[in-house]
Design a protein around this ligand. Structure first.
Ligand SMILES: [Zn+2]
Ligand SMILES: [Zn+2]
Length: 109
């Protein structure tokens, strides 16, 4: 998963704790690279804990949990209903086929 802010890719994990931070943005788990953590406003776009205001949230199993105080809330579900499929072009196609067929048939012996 790239950094949500600058799109940087996470490099090979170093032994020990990763400098990348997990956070939640609009109920989606995101990663923040070390460079962006240095920006003073890096957490402005992130979801905050409703209880303690921390941006150290993790999103899992439909819940957003605060890693600082343990407060949890339901995440907005991701699985939206499927968009009805666009009308297929089959109608126009069959018209073309029919026209071609009639041309062929008309040619006849
Ligand atoms: Zn970044
Ligand atoms: Zn909290």
């Amino acid at each position: 998963m790239p950094c949500f802010r600058c799109g940087a890719r996470q490099t090979d994990p170093v032994r020990g704790a990763s400098p990348w931070r997990r956070a939640v943005r609009a109920d989606h788990q995101v990663l923040v690279c070390p460079d962006c953590q240095a920006a003073h406003d890096w957490a402005d776009d992130l979801d905050r804990c409703a209880s303690c205001g921390s941006a150290a949230l993790v999103c899992r199993l439909g819940e957003v949990e605060c890693r600082d105080c343990g407060h949890t809330r339901d995440a907005v579900r991701d699985d939206q209903p499927l968009v009805p499929s666009a009308p297929s072009p089959a109608d126009g196609l069959s018209e073309e086929v029919a026209a071609a067929l009639s041309r062929v048939l008309r040619r006849g012996p």
